[in-house]
Design a binder for this molecule. Structure first.
Ligand code: GCO
Length: 448
């Protein structure tokens, strides 16, 4: 018998800027990723790659959906490009942009695939960045309005939304480290302010979605450092749990609770560092009453840290297994990480991203063989099945990603897809892992 629930949702995930292309098609406005990539002199992206064409899913989405169906995919988590729908972010609606997403939703539903819609996966309209972007509080209202416009169009067809994807990366990488668009290196207090505006924007969108469609489920896709115990003892498990929510342990901006405590509990954890406390002292206390606890939490899981019973990190041994982009392979994080999030917030969980990049290429036989990815997914899913057995309220699993796509500052140099994309021609070639995943879905994970 499968350990996954009967109505479990097996899917794949991607984001607008990473796969769509069509960067200036049909009235779309520019966004901060267009600008960041086009700033060639800035040298922000490996090889000077851009998302101008990417997988061209803007034009080829029907082919992509057909390929998903052929691989038993039950859900597609995609994001909407804000500037495609509202070119300047807070002005007139671009009907052609809205229609593109409406057609995508129809195509998915016609093929029995459930759409899971992310409203913001980092591609902010440039016109809003010109006004300060996430540093300017006006963005909260603009985001709420945008959410309402989308849901008015989607209601009755889309049941599940995520307001934001990884606010941690939007804030830290985009406004703190300058590695992602808009490429700013602001002070720690300003980064904390960006987080606060993201929390308020999530909350405004939550209310707008519920107003337009009270039946919609509204979550957020989050990331952060996750920890798992060296030994499965109560003391070690507890140490791993505590490490997950300790803001003073590593980079406070890469924790789950810097965002989730604000929207779920209306406060910062006591472990917050001085810069966050300084910012917190400037927050209008009335803001906390505006926060909306999501209906579920999406957890993006790639790797985690092992801790011993004292809570200290365990060193990785020499030759530790790594993915194509040199991320550690730590399947145990799937058993303990999402469970820690569920324990702290008491909310249902979706795995909204999980996968690995490989140095995939077309082999002599014309196929793309990716045994490392199969092994990775197999190990992570086995650990996830243990979490389910231990009582985790898990609703779905979205593999990242269906197609190879534009991997932000790494450009096309990293391939995360279970379907290979030949960027010279746009040709799609399902990898071995796509066939493997199709079988996992067919058996609801029983074959694992
Ligand atoms: C993320 C990013 C994705 C990345 C993926 C692989 O949400 O972390 O949303 O866009 O492509 O994580 O690095």
């Amino acid at each position: 018998m499968s350990r996954f629930p009967k109505d479990f949702l097996w899917g794949v995930a991607c984001a607008s800027y990473q796969c769509e292309g069509g960067w200036d098609a049909d009235g779309k406005g520019p966004n901060i990723w267009d600008d960041f990539c086009h700033d060639r002199a800035g040298g922000h992206i490996k090889n000077g790659d851009t998302g101008d064409v990417a997988c061209d899913s803007y034009h080829r989405f029907r082919e992509d959906v057909a390929l998903m169906k052929a691989h038993n995919i039950q859900a597609y988590r995609f994001s909407v490009s804000w500037a495609r729908v509202i070119p300047d972010g807070d002005g007139a609606v671009n009907e052609a942009g809205l229609k593109f997403y409406s057609d995508l939703v129809d195509e998915l539903l016609a093929n029995g695939i459930e759409p899971l819609v992310t409203l913001y996966h980092w591609d902010l309209p440039s016109a809003l960045q010109d006004k300060g972007g996430w540093v300017n509080r006006d963005i909260v209202e603009a985001f709420g309005r945008y959410a309402g416009i989308l849901v008015e169009r989607f209601k009755g067809r889309v049941k599940t939304y995520m307001t934001l994807n990884e606010p941690q990366c939007a804030a830290r990488l985009g406004y703190g480290m300058g590695e992602h668009a808009p490429g700013l290196k602001l002070s720690e207090e300003k980064v904390a302010q960006v987080f606060h505006h993201l929390c308020l924007a999530h909350s405004a969108a939550y209310r707008a979605i519920k107003a337009a469609d009270p039946a919609a489920q509204v979550g957020v896709a989050s990331c952060g450092d996750l920890y798992y115990p060296q030994n499965d003892t109560p003391a070690c498990r507890e140490a791993a749990y505590r490490a997950c929510f300790d803001l003073s342990r590593a980079d406070w901006a890469f924790t789950f609770n810097i965002f989730l405590d604000s929207v779920c509990f209306g406060k910062y954890d006591d472990t917050a560092p001085a810069c966050v406390k300084r910012f917190a002292a400037t927050v209008d206390p009335g803001d906390w009453a505006l926060m909306e606890k999501p209906d579920f939490i999406g957890v993006n899981v790639y790797n985690g840290h092992e801790v011993d019973e004292t809570g200290a990190n365990v060193d990785r041994y020499p030759g530790f297994p790594l993915t194509g982009c040199k991320w550690p392979v730590t399947p145990e994080v799937m058993r303990y990480g999402p469970a820690s999030i569920a324990r702290r917030y008491g909310l249902p969980i979706y795995i909204t991203e999980n996968g690995q990049s490989c140095n995939d290429r077309i082999h002599l036989d014309g196929q793309v063989h990716d045994p490392e990815r199969i092994d990775f997914l197999h190990r992570y899913l086995l650990e996830l099945s243990k979490a389910v057995e231990e009582g985790l309220d898990l609703r779905g699993y979205m593999q990242w990603s269906f197609l190879d796509n534009f991997e932000w500052s790494q450009g096309y140099g990293e391939r995360f897809g279970i379907v290979y994309v030949d960027y010279r021609t746009g040709e799609r070639i399902p990898k071995d892992s796509a066939k493997w995943y199709a079988h996992v879905i067919e058996t609801n994970g029983e074959c694992l």
